[in-house]
Design a protein around this ligand. Sequence first.
Ligand code: ADP
Length: 312
Amino acid sequence: MDTVTVEVRDLTRTYGNNAVVRDVNFNLNKGEVLGFLGPNGAGKSTTMKMLTGNLAPTAGTVRICGIDILENPRDAKALIGYLPETPPLYKELTVDEMLALAARMHGVSRGHVARAVAQTKERTGLLEMGGRLCENLSTGYQQRVGIAQAIIHNPMVVVLDEPTRGLDPIQIRDIRALIKELGGEHSVILSTHILPEVEMVCDHVQIIHQGQLVFSGAIDDLRASRKSSSLIVALRRPPGVDVLQALDGVAAAEITADRIRLRLLESGATDSVAEGVVRAAVANDWGLYHVAPDATSLEDVFLHLTQLEETA
Ligand code: ADP
């Protein structure tokens, strides 16, 4: 049976009259990597702060492995590692000193600190960096130290707020690989506004927009929802737009240089509409040479989901 590590119910935070996080609900299981995806200002950081007990919710509850973070913050927080938007580093400390301090603050007993520091440095690729001052590290390495301080006590749940922000492409690749690896032993929640990041690293995704979840599910479900809203057709002798739009199940036809996009009345009906297109093309000698569901990008799905909310 899946072990639930994070249980969030009706989580809400308002500032004045403005609900920046509204009725957010979800569960996270052990070993899952959840991407919390949304445009800037959607409410990601606010949610991360509430999940980790760093900001009191206006309403709702957060339980970490069954422990309520408001009722029993000490025990709940001991099960969490958190990388906030800006890595919490004392820049005048060396990496070794910084990690030893983080270990103590997270309750690692004195006798186990040296081993925890060594193991964590190995996991995060910091073995060579122990003696360096944090302030002299590149942004990518500072981010690694930020992740290291979040996992040094081997917590059940790791929460990473925009872990790849400000990194160059090589640093981003390395940090993503590291996060994926963390998923094996911990539950990981990472926030990001970068869709491909979620695709590469996460197995579950939640899309937040204007403080509300507009999608929640497996990455594969998100992928599955993308192919079904239009058909791409190519005809050597196309009829007028009005004829195409009159086909069964077609809402609109858009003709470009060499392709026609048929937007469907009902998403998911690609097979039956395609059949109708083939029949009409043969009967009317349109010279059909291509018909396939439009594999729109996840970017389109994301935009669609977030725009739906705006017009609602
Ligand atoms: P994200 O991390 O998705 O970019 P945030 O959670 O930082 O979004 O912010 C969500 C919204 O809440 C934004 O509109 C932001 O201006 C607002 N907000 C965040 N913190 C405060 C605060 N302390 N007081 C008032 N509004 C805030």
